[in-house]
Structures are given as C-alpha cells and as structure tokens.
Design a protein around this ligand. Structure first.
Ligand SMILES: Cc1ncc(COP(=O)(O)O)c(C=O)c1O
Length: 438
C-alpha cells in the first residue's frame, strides 16, 4: 500500500517523461522510493507532503529560488494584490518598468533590461543578444547555463566537451548537429585554457558566458583577465548570476568582486518562487536586442515583476545575505565537528556559506549519502549534502538540525564500521546524474 504522495509519483512516471519537469526535483536524486515527490504546503522552510507529513527543508529550498523562505508574506501580499487587480491584460504591466529601473539602480553599470521568466530562457536571450550585437556566432562557456540548444551544442561531436560543466550522462539528443562548433568550453580558473579558446576563435567570438564565482572567490585578477581577453577579441562578457546572485550582497556577486560585465542574467531568487528572469546590460551590449526578434506572451504578465519588486525590498531590509552567511557557516561548522566526533569522513569545503555543502570522502560515498538522507527523512528533515540557507532558517531550526545530524552521522558511522551501509538502505541508492526512469 503506497502513500498518496508515492502513488502519485508512480503514476507521474508513466504520464510525464522523466517524472518531473526538473532533474533536481526527482526523488531518485535523493532517496528513491522514500523521498516525498510532492508538497501540499510550503511555508518558511517547512514543507507538508500530500499525506500531511511535516519536514524542515535542509536542501536547496526550491532549487535556490526561495531565498526569503517559502510563501514569504510580503511577497505573497504583492502577488495577491496584483492578481486581484488582474495579472494579465492587453496592455503592459507598469511593474516591469519599475523592476528594470530598480535593477539598473542596484547595478549602476547597466542601462537596459529585458525581462523573461525562467533561468534557462534568460541565458538563451542573453546569448541571442550578444550574437545579435556582435554579429558573430561562437560563444565560450564555463559552467551550467540551462537546457537550451545554444548551450547543449557544446556536447555535439565531442561527447565529453562539457565534462565538469554539465551533469554526467546528459546527452545533446535532439540538438541540431549543424550547431557543432558554435559553443566552446573552458574550465573556471584556468587562464591557459581560456587563452587557447581566444587563440582558436577570437575573431568569431560573440560572448564569454560564465558565473563570476560559484563556491569561492576567484584568484586575484582572474575575472579581469577574462574580461580583458573577451574585450580584446571584440566579444561581450556575460555573467550568469542565476544561482549566486543576491546571496552574497544586494545584486550580482560581481558587484562584490568589483568586475563588471557587459551583460548579466538573473532568475531564481529574484522572484522568491514566482517566475521572473532578467537580462541587464550596457546600452552598447543591448544594441542587438532592438533588432532581434525576442518576444513572448507571458514575459508581459505582472506577477513576476510584482514579486521581484517585493523580493528586492525584503532582501534589502533584512540584509538576507548576512543571514545566509551566518546560517551556512553554522552548518559548515557542525558538519566538521560532528564528522570528527563520529569518526566519519566528512569533507567540508571552505566555500561560500550561502551555498554550503559537504561530501562523504569515501568510496561508498553515494550509499552513505543515501542512508543519511533516509535517516534524516525519518527525523522530519529533507536533507542532502548541500543546503542553500534562507531567511526562514532560524537559530532554533539550525539547532534542531544539528541534533538530528549528530544522531544520523553516528548511525552512518556505525553502519560504515560494520560494513553494512548498503544492507541498511531501505530503498535503492540515489541517482548520481541524468538517467532514464522508464
Ligand atoms: C548558473 C545557472 N544558470 C542557469 C540555470 C538554469 O535556470 P533554470 O533552471 O531556471 O532554467 C541554472 C539552474 O540551476 C543555474 O544554476
């Protein structure tokens, strides 16, 4: 007899190819057969599944989209107010101009803005604008920038071109082979590799597309080196702030690092759970956006910009990035201390606490991670090896989580000592990358 939550997911796998709309929301990525696929209600960092079971979210909290916590009252009020006045119309939403102004105020180097709704499409729009402005085709990328053809083209022909950039196993099936050669990749932090890209295609390069940082500050001078190389080639520098933006300061993390791009893209946390994305740029970089056909019906609805305006207000008032740093540091500290206490090989990087994560440093790491997740579920926590802190993670919840991992790290350590990690699993181990479900 399956629970309501589990039954629905079993049905979904027949009806919806892949089961869900986003790989990172597949229960198989956490604890197959046990992880609750669906939520009935989500508030702060608390979640109730379809069977009324309650959990604290100690994972990525809406895949990084809900930095203020789920259903933040001020954001919800702005959204409900807009819906009650009509959220869609033949005419345009004034909130989109207010949001464009606010984004340029926060990022004084930018003068123009186009709005979208999702992260991947925001990247695709930025790529289109850069190509239109420069009248060139090739884009050099580092890191992950969505599911669209312009990006997955990097995997055409050389099947491992995106190794270290994309999740293992992703296949550019369905991406036209004719796009081969339009995307080149380079690893973050490797100056020689970037120089090799410039040497190979500087005169065809439209843009260099990258996150300014992900888990650590770049080496001194690295971003300037990339920017200067891109500009010498006549290409645009595009910073992807979809995940790291707003977590380290009010705005893109590039503001803190002191290097400005020609274009920057935002999505996820900008709407705190409501779809909104933005491409911001200098007047010169956005030139191509005037002539290129970039147009979509739901980019004009008003809930997204209304949510973003309220979100930006709350982010600024609460200085949410300071809260994230505090909560994330508390977890990093506990993972280290409790790993040591139980003699468990827990590796905690000295990375940004706003994207805190740890790893089991052991050949059975994935089995250990699955056992950890299963045991944490039993204690009422959605837990994996990464936590994106939100405003809703109060000191009391951080404390409760600390008590739970103390117990569960002890259980995993004991299972490991008895060589019984796999035997103690209640279901199959978590998937580690993209895999067909049926
Ligand atoms: C840096 C970065 N760019 C783009 C995306 C794609 O955003 P979305 O999933 O909203 O399409 C992601 C998503 O994880 C991301 O982390």
């Amino acid at each position: 007899m399956f629970s309501q939550t589990e039954s629905l997911y079993r049905h979904a796998k027949e009806r919806i190819p892949g089961g869900t709309q986003l790989l990172s929301k597949r229960p198989e990525m956490f604890a197959p057969d046990l992880w609750p696929a669906y939520f009935r209600e989500a508030r702060g960092c608390e979640v109730w599944d379809l069977d009324g079971r309650h959990f604290y979210d100690m994972t990525h909290n809406g895949v990084g989209s809900c930095l203020l916590g789920y259903a933040h009252p001020e954001v919800s009020r702005a959204v409900i107010g807009r819906i009650e006045q009509g959220s869609m119309c033949t005419l345009n939403a004034p909130e989109e101009v207010a949001l464009a102004d606010r984004l340029c105020e926060i990022h004084p180097w930018a003068q123009q803005v186009r709005l979208t709704r999702t992260g991947g499409e925001t990247c695709a729009v930025a790529a289109r604008i850069a190509r239109a402005t420069t009248d060139r085709s090739v884009i050099a990328v580092c890191g992950y920038h969505g599911w669209q053809d312009w990006y997955l083209a990097a995997n055409l022909g050389e099947s491992d071109a995106l190794r270290g950039h994309l999740l293992p196993g992703l296949d550019p099936l369905g991406v036209p082979r004719e796009l081969r050669g339009t995307l080149v990749t380079f690893p973050y932090g490797d100056r020689a590799a970037f120089q090799a890209v410039l040497d190979a295609c500087a005169d065809r390069l439209a843009a260099v597309f990258m996150e300014p940082c992900r888990y650590h500050d770049p080496a001194p001078g690295y971003l300037e080196f990339i920017r200067d190389g891109a500009h010498r080639a006549g290409a645009m520098l595009v910073f992807d702030e979809i995940t790291i933006g707003w977590r380290a300061c009010l705005g893109g993390s590039h503001l803190r690092l002191g290097v400005t791009p020609d274009i920057a893209v935002f999505a996820k946390a900008l709407g705190n759970g409501h779809p909104i994305g933005a491409v911001i740029g200098t007047t010169a970089a956005m030139e191509g956006a005037h002539g290129s056909f970039i147009s979509s019906t739901y980019w004009t609805e008003s809930v997204g910009p209304a949510a973003a305006l309220a979100t930006l207000r709350v982010m600024q008032e609460t200085r949410v990035w300071e809260h994230g740093a505090e909560a994330g540091s508390a977890w990093q500290e506990r993972w280290r201390a409790l790993g040591a206490k139980h003699g468990l090989p827990v590796a905690v990087e000295d990375g940004y606490p706003c994207l805190a994560h740890f790893a089991f440093d052991h050949p059975q790491a994935n089995l250990m991670k699955t056992l950890y997740t299963q045991r944490m579920l039993h204690r009422g926590f959605l837990a994996s090896t990464a936590i994106y802190p939100t405003l809703a993670h109060s000191p009391e919840i951080i404390e409760r989580y600390g008590e739970a991992i103390d117990a569960v790290f002890g259980e995993v350590a004991e299972a490991l000592a008895q060589d019984a990690v796999e035997k103690q699993l209640e279901g199959p181990p978590a998937h580690t990358g993209f895999r067909r479900l049926l």
